[in-house]
Design a protein around this ligand. Sequence first.
Ligand code: F6P
Length: 342
Amino acid sequence: MKVGVLTGGGDCPGLNAVIRAVVRKGVQEYGYDFTGFRDGWRGPLEGDTVPLDIPAVRGILPRGGTVLGSSRTNPLKQRDGIRRIKENLSALGVDALITIGGEDTLGVATRLADEYGVPCVGVPKTIDNDLSATDYTFGFDTAVGIATEAIDRLHTTAESHMRVLVVEVMGRHAGWIALHSGLAGGANVILIPEQRFDVEQVCTWVTSRFRASYAPIVVVAEGAVPRDGDMVLKDESLDSYGHVRLSGVGEWLAKQIEKRTGKEARTTVLGHVQRGGTPSAFDRWLATRFGLHAIDCVRDGDFGKMVALRGTDIVRVPIAEATARLKTVDPALYEEVGVFFG
Ligand code: F6P
């Protein structure tokens, strides 16, 4: 049995832990051979491979990024993409493909498995934690940890100058990172894409915080949009998913706060810092368990399935379940956290 492995989409702390677990168990327990595909779906499309064996995965557990490389290449959007993938897998003697990715990568895997009979197993990843069918994705805990540390640090500089500090975190469509890091870091306002925000209300919270002699921290997800829709975007373009990419909400909000409250405001955009570097212990644990269960799916011939975390159990679900809809923040949960605003 030869197993192909690829990592697609944005990188995420814990990808290497999955690769290591898949290879270690696959070689040691089942005697499988492996082929690594470079740069997500570009690898099988172009037959671009890297050797993947026990020596290749030594020492990679704590490393961020992915030793296989990643890309947002979508073979479904390429001429003859499916045919080329099938031909390359067959030429390389690859009997099964473990695809580690988010919405886009897994969307391709589900179609390849369900419509074209390509034996794919899915492993969910994204720092955004917005994939359905799994309680958590690895990478999220690391991203929340980094954002929380940043908020902790920003509190002291905000207090020293009695300024408003706006922290923009990742999350185009879901506010999980904003919500978790904002709560953990004691933010005074948290704004998420799921609920349009009212700039006047934000300013009221900011002012009441100053009245209590504290400097406010506002955490805003990059995809958050003001209620009146009058946001002037610094840059508006389509990302590789074809979604409108909003850019600059943090800076825009800081300017609005300054204008409306007369208080000085600064913005910190955390950006890719949240995605880089070593994974947290939880993410290593989750990614490793996903890897161990993914190779068992291969052993069982259970294709078109994805591993998922339910409570403390790793279960198998159709890959399509993860990609059918985004897992967004429930309004009741957002309201619960709202007790700390202002
Ligand atoms: O999907 C994960 C994510 O980190 C989003 O939160 C963010 O908007 C996006 O990736 C950034 O992608 P890229 O690295 O392609 O700019």
